[in-house]
Design a protein around this ligand. Structure first.
Ligand code: PEP
Ligand code: MN
Length: 339
C-alpha cells in the first residue's frame, strides 16, 4: 500500500503513521517528495487490507494499493529516478554516463594494475574484474579469490578508480565487502534468493545482472528481494538473454532498457560484451545502449585478449576500447548526458 500524506502534514503525524504501519507488522519506507511525502508499506500481502485503517490517522490524504509485485523497485511508490552513490565523486543514475571496464577475470597483479591504468587513462570511472568466477566447466579457471581482491584493491589505489567484483556465495560477503566498492551479482545468480537476501543486509551498492533466461518482471523481483532485505542501492544491468539466435553468444535485449525505465526508478546499465560475446559487435551495441537510455556501460577490456583466462573473444584491446570511448561521445551528447 502507499500512504499519501497531506501536503501540510507535520513530522509528528508522519512519525505516527510510520509507527502505525510497524504496529501492524509491516515495513515503512518514507519517500520525501517536493509536494507531499508518501510512505510505502511492504510485508505480508495476505493481510494488507489491514493497512486501509491508516486512513483514519491525522495527516493522511489517502491509502492506495501498489499494483505491481515489485513495490520498492517500482515507480508507483517512487516517481523520480534513483541515483546510487558509489563514492564522494561518483554517482550512478544521474546525468553522467558511467563506464565500468576491465578484464573478465583478475589474472595477476601486473595484469590488473596495467589494465586499470589503461582504462582510467581512457576515461572509465569504475574498474571491473572477477576474482570469484562462475564458469560453465569446473576445469576452467575459477578465479584468484581473495588474492584477486587484493590485486584489485592495489589497482584501485593506484588509479583512484573504485572497483566492482562478482559475488557468487553468501559465505564470501565479508571478504568481498572488505575490499570491493560495488558487489556484482552475475546472471547465473540472479535468482539465488539466499544470496539476494544476504546482500540485502550489506550496505554496499549492488550491481544486479539479468539472468539469461529471466523475464524483466523476474529481474525486477530479484531487485525487490535485495531492497526488501534492507539494501536500496541497486543498479540493474541488461547483459543479453538466450534466444534461438546463435550468431552471437546472447541476444542483447535493448527493449529492456526503456521497459525497466518505465516501471522502475533504478538505474540500468548495458553490458555489450556478454550481450554479444564478440569484440567486433561491442562498440555498436555500446552506442545502441546509450541511445536507448542506459545509465552506463560495462565493457570487458584485456590488454592481450588472445591470452585472456576468460572471455577473450569478447574483450576489447586497448586500441578497441579507445575507439569505443571516442565513438560513444556523440551518442552521449545526443542522449543529453555527460561522460
Ligand atoms: C562477468 O561479468 O564476467 C560475468 C560472468 O557476467 P554475466 O554474469 O553477465 O555472465
Ligand atoms: Mn566475463
Amino acid at each position: 500500500m502507499i500512504i499519501v500524506m497531506r501536503a501540510e502534514a507535520t513530522k509528528e503525524q508522519l512519525d505516527d503513521v510510520v509507527q502505525g504501519i510497524k504496529d501492524l507488522g509491516y515495513q515503512a519506507h518514507v519517500i520525501f517528495g517536493s509536494n507531499c511525502n508518501v510512505i510505502g508499506t511492504v510485508g505480508d500481502e495476505r493481510h494488507k487490507h489491514k493497512l486501509q485503517s491508516l486512513e483514519a490517522f491525522e495527516g493522511v490524504e489517502k491509502v492506495v494499493p501498489i499494483l505491481k509485485p515489485f513495490k520498492l523497485a517500482g515507480r508507483e511508490l517512487k516517481k523520480e529516478s534513483s541515483q546510487v552513490k558509489i563514492n564522494d565523486k561518483l554517482s550512478v543514475g544521474g546525468k553522467q554516463l558511467v563506464i565500468m571496464s576491465g578484464p573478465c577475470s583478475v589474472e595477476s597483479e601486473e595484469q590488473i594494475v596495467a589494465t586499470a591504468k589503461v582504462v582510467a587513462k581512457l576515461g572509465a570511472h569504475v574498474l571491473r574484474g572477477g576474482a570469484f568466477k562462475p564458469r560453465t566447466s569446473p576445469y576452467s579457471f575459477q578465479g584468484l579469490e581473495e588474492q584477486g581482491l587484493k590485486f584489485l584493491k592495489t589497482a584501485s589505489e593506484e588509479t583512484g578508480l573504485p572497483f566492482i567484483t562478482e559475488i557468487m556465495n553468501p559465505r564470501d560477503i565479508d571478504v568481498i565487502c572488505k575490499y570491493a566498492d560495488i558487489l556484482q551479482i552475475g546472471a547465473r545468480n540472479m535468482q539465488n534468493f539466499s544470496l539476494l537476501k544476504e546482500i540485502g543486509a550489506c550496505k554496499k551498492p549492488v550491481f544486479l545482472k539479468r539472468g539469461m533466461s529471466s523475464t524483466i518482471n523476474e529481474f525486477l523481483m530479484s531487485a525487490e528481494y535485495i531492497m526488501a532485505h534492507g539494501n536500496e542501492r541497486v543498479i540493474l544491468c541488461e547483459r543479453g538473454i538466450r534466444t534461438f539466435e546463435d550468431a552471437t553468444r546472447f541476444t542483447l535485449d535493448l527493449n529492456a532498457i526503456p521497459v525497466v525505465k518505465r516501471f522502475s526508478h533504478l538505474p540500468i546499465f548495458v553490458d555489450p560484451s556478454h550481450g554479444t560475446g564478440h569484440w567486433y559487435y561491442v562498440n555498436a551495441l555500446a552506442r545502441a545502449g546509450i541511445a536507448v537510455g542506459a545509465d552506463g556501460l560495462m565493457v570487458e577490456v584485456h590488454l592481450d585478449p588472445a591470452k585472456a583466462a576468460s572471455d577473450g573473444a569478447q574483450s576489447l584491446s586497448e586500441k578497441n576500447f579507445a575507439a569505443l570511448m571516442s565513438d560513444i561521445k556523440p551518442f552521449i551528447q545526443a542522449a543529453g548526458r555527460t561522460l
